[in-house]
Design a protein around this ligand. Sequence first.
Ligand code: ATP
Length: 352
Amino acid sequence: MRTHRIAAIPGDGIGPEVIAAGLEVLVACAASDGGFRVEVEHFDWNSDNYLRRGHYIPEGGIDRLKSFDAIFFGAVGSLDVADHVSLWGLRLPIAQGLDQYANVRPARLLPGVTSPLRAGDAVDWVIVRENSEGEYAGHGGRAHRGLPIEVGTETAVFTRAGVERIHRFAFELARQRPRKLLTLVTKSNAQRFGMVMWDEIFFEVARDFPDVKTDRELVDAATTRMVLKPGSIDVMVATNLHADILSDLAAALSGSLGIGATANLNPERRFPSMFEPIHGSAFDIAGRGIANPIATFWTAAMMLEHLGETTCARRLMAAIEATTGAGIHTPDLGGQATTRAVTAAVCDALRR
Ligand code: ATP
């Protein structure tokens, strides 16, 4: 029997609700498969505990995570803690500390789900987001605070090593998809240093992937192409900030933010990778039992795939699709089902 050790970090808001649902589905997957089991350890790293303890991650916390096979993450963000404090206190130190440099975000219209786009059926994309540097490198500062001459800088940092490895990862991923099309997303007209280097390295790497077709788009034009010509896109590679924005748009175009899943990968597997829904803590619906757990189930399927349980990952995706296809939808998708009802339906579909 194979054992996969999972570190669960439910976090804030609806995070605990969707992670509980996700773990229930993972256990159902393992039971229906029979070849593996999941061993879960919970970490109470969240904003309430930050306010009590003064830290999100205790001393040595990142090292503790290194002994797990994967991390299952809910959401971080609270009305009582500034967003930059919570993000830099929990999610970013994990992603950066474990060198999860490739953030993969699939978007596809699931059966039974309505897209706000007329041509929503054509949404079938993967966004590859650089996850270790760029605009979120944490480089910058403030000076002359409160004075009329106050200054704040936020410097995007691009390194050849960082850019090359994400482009290479995106080409490998595009190569495995039927259409083998990779779109370079950039802003190298206005940003003429880091972004021009980003483009140059893309075309250098492209030489090693003659079977992958490429094109390029400025990030602003990429938003309109996603809306107006969704079928012309397959895989996109973009910087930390650009892909962050594009993937919320992608999730909305595929029906709801409650569907968008993501994997923060350390492709070389030196460290565990982290799997999470792309949505945040959604305070407006927290505690009401109506959070859509589909994003969390989808990311659980990505986790199973990463752990080598590919048959089970496919079965979980099929169970998700059977549930959305049967119209069992939470309110964000126009339905009335609760988180519990959707979870039960997916578990039932797994048992069938
Ligand atoms: P973050 O910046 O941390 O990503 P955010 O400010 O973008 O968070 P979210 O918390 O993701 O905001 O919520 C945005 C909107 O989407 C809210 O109205 C929320 O209720 C809705 N939403 C997000 N996730 C879900 C979900 N799983 N199910 C239903 N609605 C959701």
